[in-house]
Write a protein that binds this ligand. Structure first.
Ligand SMILES: Cc1cc2nc3c(=O)[nH]c(=O)nc-3n(C[C@H](O)[C@H](O)[C@H](O)COP(=O)(O)OP(=O)(O)OC[C@H]3O[C@@H](n4cnc5c(N)ncnc54)[C@H](O)[C@@H]3O)c2cc1C
Length: 431
């Protein structure tokens, strides 16, 4: 990880997007000897990116897609509950309905969710080790903690009702240990009475400051020779069907390759290239209680309330919620207040002040209907690659995404990316 490998044919690669995906990709490309420019509207690590405010989970158990058989029956209940985990603003119905139908269809059968789980597994399997190595190299080893992750249930029956999810995990070599209340409390003394049963995911890890981590990786990348430009990619220069440059803030920047890693901004960029990315923003929220991080030794997912709590350097963070809203619509802080209520429910003995004492945040998960990222070459323009659409799993998936892109740009055959290419959206939903 230390020295740039200058053996490969050096080309100039522009990576658009300074979130976790863009930054890890820029770094990987630089370490493989390319001249790399990272072009981002927002400074790496800043609050505007989804990569700032996530839950920090590096969970090998995330092979379970969000869309599962029978999901369609639960959606109306979620939507009707004012304090539930899902909200569809009426104004966003028109832009979201097609995506939602695709989302439900992708998880409609066991065969489909098994295929998605197998496709997610490579990103998750050794993610904690990859992130530890990155954090170590960037001089922030303390930001990745490998202490396991806990999923808690009101009782054993609720755990058993999740049997398909756990069988997907078993089939994908995820290791866990089930626990009764006494063991749960030994691990997390503040855990509320509501939770009597749980599963400890042994190889789980977490990032203690997702924003700080991206900033540290970007600094390390700059130290290694990545050039950083603060600007907005506006259009692309294409010569004979191949990318030759990017225009940002009115300036031209020549390049041999371009990586589109702009999170939700990737949709607009791809449309200029002629590719259609069916991403929608699944907006998520967090509340962070400064000073309360000592109250929870490891991250916990409250399975019934559909949110996760993570001890971060800046406080105890409760993250979750899915909201569909029009682009640019103001955050609805009621969603964050729900998370604070859930936090109180999950850890009732912890001293937690009112909402005004918390830090709260909203961000855009760039999500595909089939719960898989978009990684691979553009179907329209040579030299352009996508590294986006990671939805709920962008942090955990970033290191392998970066490796895939670097191998593609090196001209290697990378058959593993077949499930993630943009072309899958043109083929339709084949099984
Ligand atoms: C509440 C919540 C909890 C989550 N929890 C987890 C978790 O526990 N584990 C996990 O793995 N994932 C989690 N995620 C998902 C994860 O945060 C995202 O998948 C990930 O951050 C996406 O990273 P990204 O780099 O693709 O996009 P972003 O972080 O959004 O970054 C995109 C960047 O591109 C830049 N950009 C966009 N357009 C342009 C342009 N035209 N020109 C220049 N720059 C541009 C933006 O400025 C931004 O810097 C969570 C998300 C949320 C919202």
């Amino acid at each position: 990880m230390d020295k740039p490998n200058t053996e490969c044919a050096a080309t100039h690669v522009v990576v658009v997007g300074g979130g976790i995906v863009g930054v890890t990709t820029a770094l990987e490309l630089r370490l493989r000897g390319h001249e790399v420019t990272l072009l981002s509207m927002d400074k790496p690590g800043s609050q505007e990116a989804a990569s700032y405010g996530n839950a920090g989970w590096l969970n090998p158990g995330s092979v379970v897609p969000l869309s599962m058989p029978g999901m369609w029956k639960k959606i109306p209940g979620y939507l009707l509950a004012s304090n539930g985990p899902l909200k569809l603003r009426p104004s966003a119905l028109l832009q979201s309905w097609q995506w939602l139908l695709g989302f439900v269809a992708c998880g409609a059968t066991q065969k489909r969710v098994r295929r998605i789980a197998r496709a997610l597994r490579p990103f998750l399997a050794d993610s904690a080790a990859r992130h530890s190595a990155l954090a170590e190299a960037a001089g922030v080893p303390e930001l990745i903690e490998k202490k396991g992750l806990l999923v808690v249930y009101p009782n054993k029956a609720a755990y058993e009702a999740d049997a398909l999810a756990w069988s997907l995990r078993r089939e994908n070599n995820v290791v866990w240990k089930t626990m009764e209340r006494a063991e749960l409390v030994a691990l997390c003394p503040e855990l509320g009475e509501r939770y009597q049963y749980g599963a400890f995911i042994v190889d789980g890890a977490h990032c203690r400051s997702p924003g700080g981590y991206v900033a540290a990786l970007a600094q390390y990348a700059e130290k290694k020779g990545v050039r950083y430009i603060s600007g907005c990619a506006e259009k692309f220069l294409i010569d004979g069907g191949k990318i030759s440059g990017v225009v940002y803030n009115g300036n031209k920047l020549a390049c041999d390759h371009l990586v589109i890693a702009g999170g939700m901004g990737s949709v607009e960029l791809a449309s200029q290239i002629g590719d259609k990315l069916p991403l929608v923003s699944e907006r998520g929220y967090h509340v962070e209680v400064p000073g309360a991080e000592g109250g929870l030794p490891i991250p916990v997912m409250m399975s019934d309330l559909k949110f996760g709590i993570t001890p971060m350097t800046g406080g105890l963070r409760a993250a979750g919620q899915v909201e569909f809203a029009l682009k640019g619509a103001a955050p609805d802080w009621r969603r964050a207040r729900i998370l604070l209520d859930c936090l109180r429910e999950g850890l009732p003995r912890l001293k937690i002040g009112g909402f005004s004492t918390t830090n709260h945040w909203m961000g855009n998960r760039p999500s595909t209907p089939d719960c898989l990222p978009v990684i691979g070459p553009s179907s329209k323009v040579g030299g352009v690659y996508y590294a986006t659409g990671h939805g709920h799993l962008g942090l955990v998936s970033a290191p392998l995404t970066a490796e895939f892109i670097a191998r593609l740009i090196a001209g290697d055959a990378v058959p593993e990316v077949a499930p993630y290419t943009v072309e899958r959206f043109c083929r339709g939903g084949k099984e």
